[in-house]
Structure formats: structure tokens, C-alpha cells
Design a protein around this ligand. Structure first.
Ligand code: LLP
Length: 458
């Protein structure tokens, strides 16, 4: 795509669909109203913004298959919005496949990426494939193919390749060079040809990592170029034993999937990803694809990240000689990313403390925002200049829509928060707040099962 075309694409999407939504763009009064009604901690996920992000992706990659990596946010309302927008679903587990099916992603819109898959997941997916023979299983190890065959699966397969080049916002999410993922590049062609004897091999796949910044585009380009080369190699007959060039048929691929990882800016002043430029670089690097082979991408974060905020209430303000600690009611159990990856999330004081002036009239004060979990790592942000926070104020933690609720846990026996979905401006509870009773449901059910059994079986 030329620069002029890219501009035209941006224009077509229009100013109503900016490349990023900052935490400062959210309507403070609306958020205060939602927190008042539903209490905190509370996730708010705006489905209209999810739709806008789908539109931007489809506009930038008009000829590609766009698949949403559902692990970023599996909420039912989000999945349905993404389905209606026209994206497919990329699932990493039986649970994700189950959710995608329930949200209406059937047949060829369903992609299961098997990472070291537990037997239970393979059993489940092989069962689903009987009713949904158009689903595709992406496989990253040769013995996963054997395990599928043992279950009678002989359907659509995509071969995941370890491209030997990775990228990402943190080493823990840099995937491309990690031995865990994919068949080593040098062995991929042979493994694919072998697989074609047993399955309907339809695609090649690689994923560099998650949260790729604009300055990591070179790694992305390299990965994409390697995948294009592999696709071209496989579209030719193979001279396997060196004497007869016709002894292995070309592989009739449908697509080359170059993964997700499209980054979003977390810092308030970081630039938005230039999606049309990434799309152009991708198309250029993969070209020429053999006739009939499409490009595919599978973004997760990009679809949902800036569509979500986490609202949390200030419980305690503690000045100390070193810093002022603002204690809030959300922590690493609600949003794990800061504790796990040292990830930065913007934080904004929305005010609301009784008797305090509006935030616009308060002085910016550097504070540490800490959660209620008994771990030092349980901070949502350090040295943040917030409009002088007071007990009772509401804080909005921005860009929390991806890997936020999804990574929430019940550690410290904390019920998971509620989530509200905004749809065309209307708010509806998408996930109710968990109760203390929810924390012990599985124990109580185990107790009941045990006491239901005859005494000799216990
Ligand atoms: N495709 C595959 C095969 C993946 O493993 C992933 C993410 C994606 C697509 C989507 O990547 P995205 O577009 O969302 O960057 N919990 C971490 C992110 C882990 C991502 C794992 N795989 C975080 O909060 O940053």
C-alpha cells in the first residue's frame, strides 16, 4: 500500500475511529456513575471501541484473514462483538474453543492453536471437529500430530513454525525464538510434507511475541519474510531423496498466518502503532505468496486493550518519608500485568472524595498506587503524578481491556471483580462480581460429592 493509499484508508475509517483511546479520553462522570452503581473494583469494557479496532484492522489488512486471539479477553459480549465485526477466533485451549463456539464462531471461523496440549483438550477438540469439520488445529510439535491421529482426527491442520526470531514487550512474552513454540524452522518443510500425508494441511503459522513496539518492526519483517519463503518452498514439488524432483507433491496451502503481537501504547505520550505501515511492511515482506495463499494475522491485545479500564477506589492515603502510598481496592489479583511484567498502565484520578475539590483544582502529587494483596510487588504504579488523591477518590487504570480480567485470580481469597460492558452507550453487567461464597464453591461441591458416595467408596 502506498502512503497515499494508507492516508485514504485512515480517512475512510475517519476521525471517529482514532488509532488509540487514552485514559484521559474516557468520560469521567460516566465512569464515576458506573463505579457508584456497581462498586469497585470494576472493569468497564466498551464494545463500541472493540468494534472500531476491528474496523481499523480490517481496513489496514483488507485481503488478509483476521483472527482475534481470544485469550486477550474472552468475555461473551466481546466475543460476540468481534464475531459480528467479521473476525475469526484463534483459541489456545479447550476452554477458549468452548467459549468461541458458544459465542457463535462455528466452522471455518474457529482456529485452535495447540500449545503442548493436555490430553483433555485434544479429546475435546477432536470431538468438536466431528460436528465442525471446518475447524483448523494449529500444531507446534510432530508428536502432537500423532496424538491427534490417535484420536481419529484427520482434518485441517496448520503447522506452527519456530521462526527463530522473536519480539515483544517483555522477555516473558517473546515467543518467536522460544523452543517451546513451533517446529524449528529448518525442520518445518519436512514436517509439513509428512503431515500432508495424514492430514489436510492448510496453513503455516508463526508468532513473534506479544506487544511488538514500532521499533521492533525489523524482527516482525524478518519473521514474515521467512514464512513467505517457507510457503514458496512448500508450493514447489520436493526433491526429497535427491534423485527424483517429483517425489513429493506441492502443498496446497490456504494461508500463511504471521501471528499477532500488534502493540498498543500504554504510556500517555507514546505514539500509536501505525497500523497501515505495519500492514504494508507485512505484505511487502511476505511477497510473493504462491497463488491462492492468503495472509492471516491474529491480534489479541490490539482489539480490546484500549477499550477497557479498571476502576478502583482509594482506601488509604499514607504519607511516608520516602513516598506517599495510595492504597486502592484493586491489586495484582485484578490486574496482574504490572506485577508480572513490570507493565506500565496509565492511572487517572477521577476524584469524587466527599469534601474535596474537583481534581482539576488539585495539585499533581507523585504517589505509589498499591493494592490490597500481601506482596510487595502488588503495586499498580510507582511515582505517578496524580491529582492529589484523597480517601474515597476513584482512580481509572487505563488500557486494561487486554489480559486484565483474563489474568485475574482469587489469590489472597479475593473474589474477582465485576465487569460492565458498554454497548452503544448502554451499560450492562457482563460478569457479576464474585462473592465470598464463590471462593469455596468447588470445595463445598467436593465435600458434597464425597458425602453422597456410599461409605465404602470414599
Ligand atoms: N497468537 C498467538 C499464538 C499467541 O500466543 C498470542 C499471544 C497472540 C496471537 C496474541 O498476541 P497479542 O496480539 O495479544 O499481542 N499476558 C501477556 C500477553 C501474552 C500473550 C500470549 N500470546 C500480557 O499481558 O502482555
Amino acid at each position: 500500500m502506498s502512503d497515499a493509499d494508507a492516508d485514504a484508508t485512515a480517512d475512510a475509517v475517519g476521525d471517529g475511529n482514532p488509532p488509540v483511546r487514552r485514559v484521559s479520553d474516557w468520560n469521567a462522570e460516566r465512569l464515576r456513575g458506573l463505579a457508584g452503581e456497581h462498586e469497585t473494583p470494576l472493569y468497564v469494557q466498551d464494545l463500541d471501541r472493540v468494534r472500531e479496532s476491528c474496523e481499523r484492522l480490517l481496513a489496514a489488512f483488507p485481503d488478509a484473514d483476521v483472527r482475534y486471539a481470544v485469550k486477550a479477553h474472552t468475555g461473551r459480549a466481546v466475543l460476540e462483538a468481534v464475531r459480528d465485526a467479521g473476525l475469526d477466533a484463534e483459541c489456545a485451549s479447550a476452554g477458549e474453543v468452548d467459549r468461541a463456539l458458544a459465542a457463535g464462531f462455528g466452522g471455518s471461523r474457529l482456529h485452535y492453536t495447540a500449545v503442548n496440549p493436555p490430553a483433555r483438550d485434544l479429546d475435546y477438540v477432536a470431538g468438536v471437529a466431528e460436528a465442525e469439520p471446518e475447524l483448523t488445529v494449529t500444531v507446534g510439535a510432530v508428536d502432537t500430530l500423532d496424538r491427534l491421529a490417535e484420536r481419529g482426527y484427520d482434518g485441517r491442520v496448520c503447522v506452527r513454525v519456530n521462526p527463530g526470531v522473536g519480539a515483544g514487550h517483555h522477555e516473558k512474552v517473546t515467543t518467536g525464538g522460544a523452543a517451546k513454540f513451533g517446529i524449528p524452522y529448518d525442520r518445518a518443510a519436512e514436517a509439513t510434507r509428512d503431515a500432508a500425508g495424514r492430514f489436510d494441511v492448510v496453513g503455516l503459522h508463526a508468532h513473534a511475541g506479544s506487544g511488538i513496539d514500532p521499533d521492533q518492526l525489523d524482527s516482525h519483517r524478518e519473521l514474515v519474510a521467512r514464512m513467505g519463503e517457507l510457503a514458496r518452498d512448500l508450493s514447489e514439488p520436493s526433491d526429497r531423496d535427491g534423485d527424483d524432483p517429483r517425489d513429493a507433491d506441492p502443498i496446497d496451502l490456504e494461508y500463511v498466518d504471521v501471528g499477532g503481537g500488534f502493540g498498543v501504547p500504554y504510556e500517555e505520550d507514546a505514539p500509536a502503532l501505525d497500523l497501515p505501515a505495519v500492514a504494508e511492511a507485512t505484505r511487502e515482506a511476505v511477497a510473493p505468496l504462491p497463488a491462492g495463499v492468503d495472509l492471516a494475522i491474529e491480534p489479541g491485545r490490539y482489539v480490546v486493550a484500549d477499550a477497557g479500564v479498571l476502576l478502583t477506589r482509594v482506601n488509604t492515603v499514607k504519607p511516608t518519608p520516602d513516598e506517599t502510598v495510595v492504597g486502592v481496592d484493586a491489586g495484582m489479583t485484578d490486574l496482574l500485568r504490572p506485577a508480572m511484567y513490570d507493565a506500565y498502565h496509565p492511572i487517572r484520578n477521577l476524584g469524587g472524595a466527599s469534601g474535596e475539590p474537583p481534581v482539576a483544582e488539585r495539585e499533581a502529587t507523585p504517589v505509589t498506587v498499591a493494592g490490597p494483596i500481601c506482596e510487595t510487588g502488588d503495586t499498580l504504579g510507582r511515582n505517578r503524578a496524580l491529582a492529589d488523591p484523597s480517601r474515597g477518590d476513584l482512580l481509572a487504570v487505563g488500557v486494561a481491556g487486554a489480559y486484565g480480567y483474563e489474568m485475574a485470580s482469587q489469590y489472597n481469597s479475593r473474589p474477582r471483580p465485576a465487569e460492565v460492558a458498554l454497548d452503544d452507550g448502554r451499560a450492562a453487567v457482563a460478569r457479576r462480581r464474585e462473592t465470598l461464597g464463590d471462593l469455596t464453591t468447588v470445595e463445598r461441591e467436593a465435600d458434597r460429592d464425597r458425602t453422597d458416595r456410599p461409605e465404602g467408596d470414599r
